[in-house]
Each structure stands twice: as structure tokens, then as C-alpha cells.
Design a protein around this ligand. Structure first.
Ligand SMILES: Cc1cc2nc3c(=O)[nH]c(=O)nc-3n(C[C@H](O)[C@H](O)[C@H](O)COP(=O)(O)OP(=O)(O)OC[C@H]3O[C@@H](n4cnc5c(N)ncnc54)[C@H](O)[C@@H]3O)c2cc1C
Length: 470
């Protein structure tokens, strides 16, 4: 018997652990453990996703002949109990590159070793192993472009492991009931507007459609939140419903058939390597999930301002692009990348609120919340990260809105109370003449908030602080 421990690899295609186990054993125990007793249990929006993703995986496995076994508790304890109960020869899983998981794996390794059981961890959630990549000096990269140039040629065209046709499972295992885990929100059901379709099948269909219809425009349109120009595969990738190897290979093959690599596809692959870089940093610089990468930022005088934090979370800052982003996040569990940068810059450089509080809010509300990408995204914008945005790059939320949502379509969608403002003022309601505001029924301070902070003032203050800590 072999335990296949599913983690951030909720798929059957390109699943090295599952395929290796099937080749060796006629009694497969597919296992998923919900472990909430960790430093960072998964957030609310991801619990919703996980529920549906496990349903999809369970159905796929059942179709192939195996029951998915669900257990709730500490991973090491659950696996240890299974090893006591059943004649297990090996435990196979994919590596998870997060500090919590690495600690747990060491414990499971010890448990298995004591019992002379193999614990094998496969690569499959990343394109390259973080500990294998170094710069010419033999140390870790801190800057993206040289990392990208080193990594890109190493990836090639990964060979994809096909989905198995059958899984043999001789033993009848007892599973907990997914419904009893209470992953779905009730009273209120805040996920009512989530239009996502978690699961492998949906991920592969989405990729297929995107490569056929969307990727060509990626490089030109990826910064436009008013267009649906990006792939929205991030949550599927986080849960491993599709592997980055699969995506890479799929795009490369499509391009090889056309005998060229388009600007859009090249830009997309570059962005996938950002994901690799985030994991690389998390692994090579342990602690960055909680501490500033750049220690100079330990002196940053973050401010505690609960009211402003709540206004930001609720999309009530008076800056339409910020409010649109925060409301998109709340209502859909997702936010466009450009807008993530704008709202993160606003929280840290206009409100002087610690990036960790923003990161925590994203953690709870994003369906694609991902420790590596979230922490590095926040630190990059705050200026405290590796290869971070230079400290003087302080986004002006109004100008960013005008540049990347030029017709105001994105703002109108998420901030309907100002939708009737003319284009000229849609990103700038506080500068709209009184007659125009009253004509369209906008009452500042009543139907839409006044600016909670003056950007020009905040910018000057930020620059002074940065100068001091530099
Ligand atoms: C403050 C902040 C927080 C973020 N938090 C997360 C997070 O928790 N989870 C997450 O997956 N991404 C995060 N990102 C990165 C990025 O915003 C999302 O990956 C992207 O918006 C997801 O949409 P998409 O799948 O349509 O991306 P696409 O543009 O279609 O990109 C394809 C894939 O490449 C990867 N990718 C794209 N951009 C980045 C990036 N800048 N850094 C790392 N990987 C990237 C993602 O896996 C993405 O799915 C964050 C960015 C910022 C600025």
C-alpha cells in the first residue's frame, strides 16, 4: 500500500507522486489532510475554493477507482496513525515550499524512517528547485532579471505525465465527510458572487481557451483592469489543479506548432517565472514571510490607524481605483495585479500602515492567496523586498486610475455610486464641480467618501521617512 498525500497538487494530470505510486502498488490510499493547527491556517476565501477543489478531485479519483480519504488534524499525527493501522510501504507527495510544510515534512520523514517506510517527495509545483539555482558568485539571486535569464533556458519543454487511466485500491478506507468541515461560508454567505469553477478540469479548459484566444494580447493589455486580459489561473496554480510545468509545456508546444513565440506568450512565461522567483526568495531567505527582507525597514515608523485600515478594507478611501480594487477583492476573492500594486502602495505609502496588515487581509480574502507570491508582492510594493520598487516610486492613485482604466469602466463596475460621473471626474470625484456632483446625485461624505488622506501630503511624508531610514 502507498499513501499519496495530496497537498498543493489537487490534480491527476502531471502528478508525479500519484503516477509513481500507481506504477508500484495495487493499493493506493489518496489522502488529503486539513491541518488548521499551523502558524497560518488557510484564509476564508480559500476555504471556499478548497471545498470545491476537493469535490472535483474526489470525483476524478472515484472515476478511476479510488476513494479520496479526508482527514482533519495535524498532518504528522494523521499520517502516523495511518502507518500504524495499515501495511503502508511508502508515503508519496509533492514538495510544498512553505516554512510550515517544510517543518512538518521533517517530522514525517523521522516518523517514516523509524518505521523503515519510504517518504518520497516529488518536484512538480515549481519549474525549478530553489536550492539548485545560484548566481555566478555561488550565492542566491536577489534581483529578478538575472534570475529569469538563468532559469528560463533550464526549463525547456517539460514532459507532462499523463493522467492515469485506473487506480487500484484494494482496502476500504474511512474518510471524513467534506460537508462536516464547514469550509463554505454560511450566515452570511459572502461567497455568493464567486463565479469561479475550482478543479482540474476547469483549470485545463481555462488554459486551453486562454492560449487560443487571450495570450496574444497579454503583454499589451495585462496592466488594464478594465479588460479581462490575464489568465486568472492563479488560484488553480496555487492549489496545483494545473502544474506550472503543464502550463509552460502547453504554451511552448502551441508556439512550436506556430513556429514562433509571440510577444504575449513570452510576456506570460516571464510572469510565471515571477512565481518561481517568489518561491525562490521564500526558500533562500527564510523568515521573509514575517520580516522585512531589507532590514532598514525595521526602523520604518508604521502607524496604527484602525479607522483608515477599515476604510481601505471596505473600499471607502475616496480614491475610486483603490475602492474598486478592494471591492472587487471582497466580492470575487480576486483583484487585478495592477490594482493590487495600487492598493498596496496606498496602504503602505499613503496611510503608513504596515505591509503585514495588508498581506493578512489579502490572505483571508483572496482565492489565490499564496504565501510566497503574497509576501513578496507586498514587500516589493512596500519597498522592503528583494529587487523592490524604489522607495521614491509612490503610486499616485488618481493618475494610476486614469492611465490604466482610461474610460473608468473598472471603477464604474465596482463603485456604482459614482458611475454616472463624466469620464473626466470618474477617478477624481473630489475635484468635480459641485453642479456636476449634484447633477449625477453624488454627495461627497454621504454617498461616496471624501478622500481619507491627501496624496500629495502623504507622498512628501513618505519621501522624508524613506530618506531617514535609507
Ligand atoms: C500586493 C500583491 C499581492 C499579491 N498576492 C498574490 C497572491 O497571494 N497569490 C498570487 O498568486 N499572486 C499574488 N500576487 C501576484 C499577482 O497579482 C497575481 O498572481 C495575478 O494577479 C493573478 O492573476 P492571473 O492569474 O490572471 O495572472 P496572469 O497575469 O495571468 O499570470 C499568470 C500567472 O503567473 C503568476 N504571476 C503573475 N504575476 C505575478 C507576480 N507579480 N508575482 C508572482 N507571480 C505572478 C501567477 O501564478 C499567475 O497566475 C500579488 C501581487 C501583489 C502586487
Amino acid at each position: 500500500m502507498i499513501i499519496v498525500w495530496f497537498r498543493q497538487d489537487l490534480r491527476i494530470t502531471d502528478n508525479a507522486a500519484l503516477s509513481a505510486a500507481i506504477a508500484l502498488s495495487d493499493d493506493i490510499l489518496p489522502l488529503y489532510v486539513l491541518d488548521d493547527d499551523v502558524a497560518r491556517p488557510i484564509g476564508g476565501a480559500q476555504r471556499w475554493w478548497l471545498h470545491h477543489s476537493l469535490l472535483a478531485l474526489g470525483n476524478d479519483l472515484l472515476r478511476l477507482g479510488a476513494n479520496l480519504v479526508l482527514k482533519h488534524g495535524k498532518s504528522e499525527k494523521i499520517i502516523s496513525e495511518l502507518l500504524e493501522k495499515y501495511p503502508v510501504e511508502a508515503v508519496y507527495s509533492h514538495k510544498v515550499y512553505e516554512p510550515n510544510a517544510i517543518k512538518t515534512d521533517c517530522e514525517i520523514q523521522d516518523i517514516c524512517q523509524e518505521k523503515h517506510i519510504e517518504f518520497k517527495q516529488f518536484s512538480g509545483s515549481l519549474l525549478v528547485e530553489p536550492n539548485k539555482i545560484n548566481n555566478k558568485a555561488g550565492t542566491a539571486f536577489k534581483v529578478y532579471t538575472p534570475f529569469y535569464k538563468t532559469v528560463y533556458p533550464l526549463i525547456g519543454v517539460p514532459e507532462i505525465i499523463p493522467a492515469p487511466r485506473r487506480i487500484s485500491q484494494k482496502t476500504k478506507f474511512k474518510s471524513e465527510n467534506l460537508e462536516d468541515w464547514g469550509l463554505l461560508p454560511k450566515n452570511p454567505n459572502w461567497a455568493v458572487n464567486f463565479a469561479w469553477k475550482p478543479g482540474e478540469k476547469s483549470a485545463l479548459n481555462k488554459l486551453d481557451k486562454y492560449v487560443a484566444e487571450g495570450i496574444g494580447r497579454y503583454q499589451d493589455d495585462r496592466d488594464r483592469p478594465d479588460f479581462a486580459a490575464t489568465s486568472q489561473l492563479s488560484a488553480h496554480l496555487h492549489f496545483g489543479e494545473v502544474s506550472p510545468r503543464y502550463i509552460w509545456s502547453y504554451i511552448k508546444q502551441a508556439e512550436i506548432q506556430k513556429k514562433s513565440i509571440t510577444r504575449g506568450a513570452e510576456g506570460y512565461l516571464r510572469q510565471l517565472v515571477w512565481r518561481e522567483f517568489s518561491y525562490y526568495l521564500l526558500n533562500r531567505f527564510p523568515g521573509i514571510e514575517v520580516e522585512n527582507f531589507n532590514k532598514k525597514f525595521d526602523k520604518f515608523p508604521w502607524e496604527e490607524n484602525k479607522d483608515q485600515l477599515v476604510a481601505w478594507q471596505k473600499g471607502q478611501t475616496g480614491y475610486p481605483i483603490v475602492d474598486a480594487g478592494m471591492r472587487q477583492l471582497w466580492q470575487t476573492g480576486y483583484m487585478h495585479n495592477r490594482v493590487r500594486m495600487i492598493v498596496a502602495s496606498f496602504l503602505t505609502k499613503d496611510l503608513f500602515i504596515d505591509w503585514r496588515l495588508g498581506e493578512a487581509w489579502f490572505w483571508d480574502t483572496l482565492v489565490d492567496a499564496d504565501l510566497a507570491n503574497n509576501v513578496t508582492g507586498w514587500q516589493w510594493v512596500a519597498g522592503s523586498g528583494a529587487d523592490a520598487a524604489p522607495y521614491f516610486r509612490i503610486f499616485n492613485p488618481t493618475l494610476q486610475g486614469k492611465k490604466f482604466d482610461p474610460n473608468g469602466d473598472y471603477v464604474r463596475r465596482w463603485v456604482p455610486e459614482i458611475a454616472s460621473l463624466p469620464d473626466k471626474y470618474i477617478h477624481d470625484p473630489s475635484f468635480a464641480p459641485r453642479e456636476i456632483l449634484s447633477e449625477v446625485g453624488v454627495k461627497l461624505g454621504v454617498t461616496y467618501p471624501y478622500l481619507i488622506v491627501d496624496h500629495a501630503w502623504a507622498r512628501d511624508k513618505a519621501l522624508k521617512i524613506y530618506k531617514e531610514i535609507k
